[in-house]
Ligand binder design. Sequence first.
Ligand SMILES: N[C@@H](CCC(=O)N[C@@H](CS)C(=O)NCC(=O)O)C(=O)O
Length: 212
Amino acid sequence: MLTLFDYLPSQNAWKVRLLLHHLQLPYRTEYISIFEGEGRRPDFLAVNPAGAVPALRLDDGRVLAESNAILAYLAQGTRYLPQDGFGLAKVMQWLSFEQDYVGAIATLRHWTMTGKLERRPAELVAMRRAGSLHALRMLDRELATRPFIAGGAYTIADMSVYAYTHRAEEANLPLAEFVHVSAWVARVASQEGFLHQCHPYSIDPFSGRELP
Ligand SMILES: N[C@@H](CCC(=O)N[C@@H](CS)C(=O)NCC(=O)O)C(=O)O
């Protein structure tokens, strides 16, 4: 059986939970308490050298890390990943975009929800906020032209970009002002087999700590 290395408030891990849910794939979970340093255990570093969740162990023991790589692996041959070369590359384009631009929202959400915002230099917070708004503006322009981020169909690119984008208000970002993003958020959440449950950092008593 598949094993997902998970930390519940992680939206990177949620992306993988979402796709597993869509595909109705059974899996077991191994929780990694990242703020207690479990990501730095040698046995976990052998799974993901970066020490981060999510990671996935396959039935045959091979392991895969990086949320978007895991999505691409699991989605092969399914309706969530185009088969044609251009469609596939478009999905990859938006998976890369997610890592490069949506990460600002993820960081700001993490700092905001775990009380770390006040401990960060104001310039750094302002940079992350500007980066987050830049990402939301770009997404809003793109989503004005088509129903889903990589084209006409719902794909793993939507799952990936949605994961942190739809939590933007938890980072005190004005999501409602981005009307096309907001409409897309509703569209994505209405997909069949969607996983609505997300988890706040407050479920983890250690989340106020800095990552080791
Ligand atoms: N690029 C990675 C980022 C993964 C990541 O940053 N995971 C966080 C939780 S959301 C984590 O485990 N952090 C612990 C650490 O970096 O030590 C991905 O998309 O999977």
